[in-house]
Design a protein around this ligand. Structure first.
Ligand code: COA
Length: 264
């Protein structure tokens, strides 16, 4: 099998398990356009390769799974390009969720914004003790735009999702476990990878066609009524990219200061 090479991802295949590592540790693995494009290429490779029976997605370095969409790139968006950017992320994450083989996120540190949304698009989430989940987009004058407003309420219920998205607060591993965001909490990355391999072993002894059928049916159950929800999410995300508060929120992050929102 010839393994594709990427600039911002590491892709390895061992014992029929593909491990995909987001690899921009100096920017806490933030999702810029190149990462999103390479992830899309990797997803196509994984889907088309029968030798791969399951996938693990994780982040490189000690600190982060993925600290969100790249705020430097976000800050340049306007209403039209903002809607397009949200649709691009939504489509990629839907493709991950719809992969015909099990996908496990090993969340090894900060999983904020697009990082939590990426983890939510995986079928199972394993958190290390230092994992931190959260959807802090309101602090940037935005809403989650890569499916977070649609997947989080379905996973943990509307009330809990509203609390997390409206406060933007960060959730540590233990709480993520009790909320049902993380299936298991493990001490560190090695233990989480071992747990992922154990779960994959339990899955891949079963018929691959039954696994892909179960994934399709469960994804279809969640997508009922959801089509419009994703369109509403990307349109509101785009509208917000045209506001003063969005310029202020992203500008404040990049200038390392607190934002002053005015409601415009
Ligand atoms: N986009 C772009 N760059 C990011 C980033 C993001 N989402 N998250 C972190 N970075 C960059 C920082 O700008 C910094 O770059 P620099 O060294 O060139 O200045 C580097 O990654 C390290 O981050 P830093 O903020 O210094 O680390 P920290 O340990 O002090 O804080 C976080 C860690 C995760 C709390 C903080 O980086 C953060 O709040 N990130 C943004 C989270 C967010 O709002 N995500 C949602 C986006 S939709």
């Amino acid at each position: 099998m010839s393994i594709p090479k990427f600039n911002t991802l590491l892709l390895e295949v061992t014992d029929h398990i593909c491990t995909l590592t987001i690899n921009r540790p100096d920017k806490l693995n933030a999702l810029n356009n190149q990462v999103l494009d390479e992830l899309a290429e990797a997803v196509d490779f994984i889907e088309g390769n029968d030798d791969i029976r399951a996938v693990i997605i994780t982040g490189s370095g000690e600190k982060a799974f993925v600290a969100g969409a790249d705020i430097a790139e976000l800050s340049t968006l306007d209403e039209e390009s903002g809607t397009e950017a949200a649709e691009k992320g939504q489509n990629l994450f839907s493709d991950i969720e719809s992969l015909s083989k099990p996908v496990i996120a090993v969340v090894n540190g900060y999983a904020l914004g697009g990082g939590t949304e990426l983890a939510l698009s995986c079928h199972i989430r394993l958190a290390t003790q230092n994992a931190v989940f959260g959807l802090p987009e309101v602090s940037l004058g935005l809403i989650p735009g890569y499916g977070g407003t649609q997947r989080l309420p379905k996973l943990i219920g509307r009330g809990r999702a509203l609390e997390l998205i409206l406060t933007g607060r960060m959730v540590k591993a233990e709480e993520a476990g009790s909320l049902g965001i993380a299936n298991y909490v493990l001490p560190g990355k090695d233990e989480a990878l071992t747990k992922a391999q154990e779960l994959i072993g339990m899955m891949t002894k079963h018929a691959p066609i039954a696994l892909s059928g179960a994934i399709s049916a469960i994804v279809a159950s969640q997508d009922y009524e959801a089509e419009d929800g994703y369109v509403i999410e990307s349109n509101i995300f785009g509208d917000l990219c045209g506001t003063e508060d969005f310029k202020e929120g992203t500008g404040a992050f990049l200038e390392k200061r607190k934002p002053k929102f005015t409601g415009n």
